[in-house]
Design a protein around this ligand. Structure first.
Ligand code: FES
Ligand code: FES
Length: 332
């Protein structure tokens, strides 16, 4: 079934609460159809978007798995989709994956200022704008990160500009990441870690604690190891940033070849689940060029800022020592 269009009355169905959708009238409703495997915890991100657009009033949100019969009524049986309903139950905005683009809040605001077909200048009411902007935020949270990463990656080789989620007072931020210049529209408070993961699609750097305590987010800035969760992206313009994705190339590796430290981690079982591993390897490659003593204890001390909840420390120390014995491979 085709998804309903903007202006159509929203098809009615029974919500999980037992009420009909048509009973929820008088205020905007955001109706989101998500894949059964989508993590509902990601709905928490919507709260963050709400703060970003400073929405004091919150429209109702209805989350529906797209394997439920209601999804077919909205042409969303196989796709993620978001519909914003106005207070009269009409569809005011929609995003259906694969059909509609996801506009950011800023783009939606601009849409509201466009001239309509009759030459009349239209503008969002505050309530309409808030509901629709949050609808866009919901759509963004439904988009798999992988999909956004692919989009960003496709833009990286040309050194082009990514639009990201431009909300609030976003400014262009130009970064040199893994030898490529990219420009992102970011609020000044966006950390380098979030800029890399959420805007540039480089998800190799991990977010463990987001408080500078675990080391999972370690990258190199101007050849020094740095916790990317503790620095703002806007502060790192004109610096040379290397992430795990570009580490091997920074040491001269070509094709699928690994950095010597990556190879050593494999050979010495320096990981189990792998969540901490990119941070461990970035930290280890920098540590090799720092003035530490030769012993295993020196490695443990040097690497003490990188926590491994799987306890893969013996393999990590062995890997680092092998690379140090072989002369480093310090490319970064
Ligand atoms: S995520 Fe940066 S130190 Fe934990
Ligand atoms: S390998 Fe699992 S946290 Fe380190």
């Amino acid at each position: 079934m085709q998804p309903p269009n903007i202006g159509d009355i929203a098809p009615d169905f029974v919500l999980s609460t037992g009420r009909w959708l048509s009973d929820v009238r008088g205020a905007p409703v955001i109706l989101a159809f998500h894949e059964p495997g989508w993590d509902p915890a990601r709905a928490d991100e919507i709260e963050g978007y709400r703060h970003l657009i400073q929405a004091g009033e919150e429209p109702q949100r209805v989350l529906v798995s797209n394997d439920e019969p209601a999804a077919a009524l909205y042409g969303a049986a196989r796709e993620s989709a978001v519909f914003v309903l106005d207070g009269r139950g009409r569809i005011a905005w929609r995003h259906v994956a694969g059909i509609d683009p996801v506009e950011s809040a800023a783009e939606i605001a601009a849409l509201g200022l466009q001239t309509n077909g009759d030459g009349v200048r239209t503008a969002w009411s505050r309530r309409g704008f808030v509901a629709t902007a949050i609808g866009a935020a919901v759509a963004l949270t439904l988009e798999p990160t992988f999909g956004r990463a692919q989009t960003a990656a496709a833009q990286l080789p040309s050194g082009g500009t990514t639009t990201g989620a431009a909300v609030g007072d976003a400014v262009p931020v130009t970064l040199n990441v893994n030898g490529q210049t990219i420009t992102l529209n970011l609020e000044p408070r966006v950390t380098l870690l979030d800029a890399l993961r959420e805007y540039a699609g480089l998800t190799g750097s991990k977010k463990g604690c987001d408080h500078g305590q675990c080391g999972a987010c370690t990258v190199h800035i101007d050849r020094r190891r740095t916790l990317s969760c503790l620095t703002f992206a806007v502060m790192q313009q004109d610096k040379k940033i290397t992430t795990i994705e570009g580490l091997a190339a920074s040491a001269g590796a070509t094709g699928d070849s690994l950095h010597p430290m990556q190879q050593a981690f494999i050979e010495h079982d320096g990981f189990q689940c792998g969540y901490c591993t990119s941070g461990q390897i970035m930290s280890a490659t920098a540590m090799v060029g720092e003035p530490w003593g030769p012993g295993d204890d020196d490695v443990r001390e040097a690497m003490s800022g990188n926590i491994c909840r799987c306890g893969a420390y013996p393999g990590i120390v062995a890997a680092v020592q092998e690379v140090r014995r072989n002369g480093g491979g310090q490319g970064r």
